[in-house]
Design a protein around this ligand. Sequence first.
Ligand code: ARG
Length: 530
Amino acid sequence: MPSHMFLACVFELVLLRQSADFKLSIATLRMSGILPSSGDIQLQAESLAARLKRDSVVEDVSAGRGVINFKVNRKLLVQKVLESFGKEEEGQFGLNSELLNTLTRGTTLVEYSSPNIAKKFHAGHLRSTIIGNFIANLKQCLGNNVIRMNYLGDWGMQFGLLGAGFAKFGCQEKLKQNPLQHLFEVYVEVNKDVEQNEEMMQAARAFFSQLEQHDSEAVSLWQQFREITVDEYQHVYKRLGVHFDIYSGESFHQQQAQQVVQKLQSQGLLKTSEKGTGVVDLSTAKDMSSVSTVLRSDGTTLYITRDLAAAIDRKEKYHFDEMIYVTDKSQAIHFQQLFHILLAMGHSWADRCEHVPFGLVRGMKTRRGEVVFLEDVLDEARARMLRNMNQSKSRNYTFDWDRMLQAQGDTGVFLQYTHARLHSLIQRNEGVAAVLFDPSHLLEQTSVPVLQHLLRYDEVLYQSAKDLQPKHLVNFLLKLCHLIASAHRELPVKGSSQDVAQARLRLFSGARSVLANGMKILGITPVDQM
Ligand code: ARG
C-alpha cells in the first residue's frame, strides 16, 4: 500500500474518529494485510515510521513499542471543528458528514405510544412514547420524511368487557369527572366479575359482537369512551412535548381485517384448527406445529388480524420505505408472526418493517398504588425533580459512572443544567463574540478533548440510526457535559484577553449548539435558565 494511501486512511481515522494523537499497532496492520506478518515487529515499526510523510495534519510520526505514533496538529483540528460552526446553519453541525450520507433516506413511518383505550396506560407505553419520539426525531434530523403514528388499542374483546361492564358498574357522572380513572375502575370490576360470573362473559361477548356488527348503541358508547380517552392522552402528550401526525387505531381496520382473512383464504394460507379457529401455519415443515390465529371460531378478528390489515393499509396510503414499531419486548413474537404472514402473502416490503423492543419497566409505583397512570408518573417525576434540584443546587455534582449509566437519576437534569449554564455564559458575553478567532488559543488540555468529542457527533448519530437505541446519544451528551464542566472551570472567559475570550466563546457556543441538538433529538427541550 503506497504510504500516501495509507496516510489518507489514517487521517480519516485521526481527524474524524479518534483522539488527537493516534497510535496504530503493527499487529493490526499485519492482520489487515497492510504489513507482512513475518519479520521483526520493531523493525517493521521503525521502517514504516521513517517512510511515512509528515505534513500539515500529522506533525510527527514515530515508532513506539510495536506501534506507530502519530502526533496531530492540534491547531488544524481546532480550526477544522470550529470553522464549521461558523459556516453551517445552526443545528447542522455534523449532519452533512460523509458517514451520514451513506444512510438511505426516504419515508419512515414510526408507530409508537399506542396505548389501549380503557386498559391502563402502563409504564411500557410511556417508554414507547419516549423511545418512539426519539426515533422519529432522529430520522427526521437525518433527512427522512417522518410520519408519526399512534395506533390506539381501541378495538377488541376489552371493549366487550367494558361495554357490558359499564352497564353494570358504570356511571356517566363519574365518567365525565375523571374518565380514565372511572373507565379503569369499571374495567377492574368487570374483570373480577367475569371470573365468577359466566353471564357477564356472555354479555361481554355479545357486546363485542354487536360492536363488530356496528350496532348503533354499542358504537356510540364505544365512541364516547374513545373520545374522552384520546382527549386525556393529548394533554399528557403535550406535557411530554410529543406529537403525532396520525391517530389511528385497531378500530380503523375491522373491515379490512375481514378482507385480509378472505385474501389469506384465497391464497391458500388460511387453515382451520381443531378448535375451529382460522389459523396460518408458520411452521417450516407445514405440519401446524406453529400457528398464528387470525380468526376466532365466532368469526371475529384478533389483534394480529387487525395489524395485518393496518400494515397493508399504511403501505398503500403512505408508501413508506420503512416502518418501525416500538413496543415492549413481550410483543416480539407477535411482530415476528406479523412480518412472517405479510411476507407469505407476497408483501416483500415487510422486510423493511422493524420491531424495536424494549425491556419492561419494573418497580414503578405511584401514590395511587400498583397501577401506574401516566399522569401520576409525570407528577411524580416533576415532584422528585424539583426536590432533587433544591438539594443539588447547593451541592457540587459528583460524577459517578454507575449513576451515569443508570436509566434514572438526575442525568436529564445535568444536561439541562449544562445547557443553561452555557447559554448564560454566551449571553453575558454577547459583545465579545466574533466571527474570526485564533485557534492557537484553544490548544489546552481541556479544550482539545471537547473538540475531539464534538467530532464524534456524526458517528454517534450513525450508530443510533443503525440500532435505533438512544443510549449512544445519551452517553455522548453526558460525556460532553462533563468535558464542558472541566472546560468551564479551566477556561474562563471573563478576565481573559479579548483574543482568548473570543476563541473560548467559540468553543462554548459550538458545544452548546451540539448539546441542544442532541437533547432535542432525545425529546428534551433545552432550557436557557434553571
Ligand atoms: N396497544 C398495544 C399495547 O398496548 C400496542 C400496539 C402496538 N402496535 C401494533 N401495531 N400492534 O399492547
